[in-house]
Write a protein that binds this ligand. Sequence first.
Ligand SMILES: Cc1cc2nc3c(=O)[nH]c(=O)nc-3n(C[C@H](O)[C@H](O)[C@H](O)COP(=O)(O)OP(=O)(O)OC[C@H]3O[C@@H](n4cnc5c(N)ncnc54)[C@H](O)[C@@H]3O)c2cc1C
Length: 601
Amino acid sequence: MDYATDPVTAQAAQWLTQLDRALTASNLDDAAALFADECYWRDLVAFTWNIVTLESQNEIREMLASTLPAIQPSGWALTEPATEKNGIVEGWFCFETAVGRGRGIFRLRDGRCWTLLTTLYELKGFEEKVGPRRDLGVHHGAVKDRQTWLERKQQEEAELGYTKQPYCVIIGGGQGGIALGARLKRLGVPTLILDQHERPGDAWRKRYKSLHLHDPVWYDHLPYIPFPDHWPVFSPKDKIADWLEMYTKVMELNFWSSTVCRQAAYDEATQSWSVTVERRGEPVVLRPKQLVLATGGALSSPRIPAIPGAELFTGVQQHSSRFTSGEGWAGKQCIVLGTGTSAHDISADLWEHGANVTMIQRNSTTVVKSETLMEFGIGPLYSEEALAAGITTERADLLDAATPFALKHLGGQALTRYIKERDADFYARLAAAGFQLDFGEDESGLGMKAVRNGGGFYIDIGASELIIAGAIKLRSGVSIARIQERSVILSDGSELPADLIIYATGYHAANQGIAKLISQDVAEKVGKVWGLGSDTYGDPGPWEGELRNLWKPTQQPGLWIHGGNLAWSRTYSLYLGLQIKARLEGIATPVYQLAPSHHPS
Ligand SMILES: Cc1cc2nc3c(=O)[nH]c(=O)nc-3n(C[C@H](O)[C@H](O)[C@H](O)COP(=O)(O)OP(=O)(O)OC[C@H]3O[C@@H](n4cnc5c(N)ncnc54)[C@H](O)[C@@H]3O)c2cc1C
């Protein structure tokens, strides 16, 4: 690449060369001096065998002091011309470590580095067998007792888990378990995915009938096989379920359906797990080295508030996760407790089926219109326009990862300001209907709420207009104080008749699921899952700057937690897959800054 003609690219190339020189000479002072006073280095597994953001020159210096001798980075080079916008120079680059190849993005302000992202994408000698490395698929020539592909596959299926132990067991075959399973398959890690449901995709199939993805198709691709380009923008849940089932088959994943994991215990002596499962009613004990919990919301049990008198109720009461359809509720009195995504979807479904619905709002909620979010929140990276501008899914994922969590609220706040102005009329009408709105404690909006506490928002696909019109009735600022045989008494003393009560009240903390499946000790050792430690509602400090315990080593050796929406499952399954593969191959994986446990209950 000729940098001489482009001053922006020349500046970026010079900065990268200086970094290369400083790191090669192990000159930590020179390396740290290349960073601005406010600086962030986010590393996804390349330097730290961890997912960590260093947030100052000092932290960067300490990390380099600890990791450089083993990592031995080299080969730093820009992969394309740099760009400049609002005084910020952005450079995309590749590099190598002693054991792998990486890529990243840096952003310079006034010549020094403001943010740096380094990521590992493959291990030397263990590259995925793609393109020219792909398998031949057939053995040409005459071979006696030749085994066909199907026979080999059937043999592997018969052996794995019985006469041959998988290196990795993934509990949970939702989108998370399946995406990670596909990564591990391509990396050649013997893996079993277990799910209690009968078919891959059932985690979506069994949700309420009217459910569609709330995120658009460009954001939702699984690794390796993107949705075809006629796929609808918002997938119906059964279509996603079928896609996951097809994907599991085509990617040849070892998927045990109708298999419940009852118990898992770690044996320090053999450094392996003993995982007791029930496969179609038969007990089987698996002994993997690595255990991944990809159990999603199911890891934690549904949270149903204890309300006096609930046992007296003669109607139907259920958690939102058990709701299937509004069918059969025409003319009935339905109470939906909560105002998050499920509460809105279920209320709208009940209304469509002719029910009289009242939502009970206990806490203020963030609402953003789907089209606004599509256009200004997700669209710049994931949309038809983004694709036309050359932002592929892979580029978008890297760009998204390049902004450290410590800065993401700034983008959220800017978006909130814009959204509030653009949809001012909508918000005024919603507030006039009594709906209590918020945009997060620091006005950083829906995206940050999702990262901090995983809930408290709704992407409006229609229910808000029903609330505004009074078609879905709303009682806000109250809770259910008491339940009677066929009614609820609200905290302001008023009474509402009720045939159905839906608790759209979320889930208990994931730690409780770990305690149930493994042990209380391990749950406490691992601590809180999800959240950044932002000290906002639902996300107590201390600040960690990365999602707690997700996709990275936990305090329990051999235990990993995988999850997130489709986009994050796609992105982070790569980094978790590489961590597991490295351990299988005996590559040294010294973990820098293993996060301490916080908030064990
Ligand atoms: C209304 C609504 C809209 C949503 N819209 C979107 C969207 O647009 N885009 C998006 O990406 N996400 C969306 N989500 C979120 C999405 O559902 C979750 O992010 C997703 O389900 C998480 O996937 P997962 O694989 O981690 O967990 P899950 O899908 O919950 O899968 C976990 C699996 O683990 C299994 N399991 C648990 N415990 C055991 C055990 N002991 N033994 C065996 N199996 C077990 C369960 O059976 C389940 O199949 C939406 C959710 C809702 C409710």
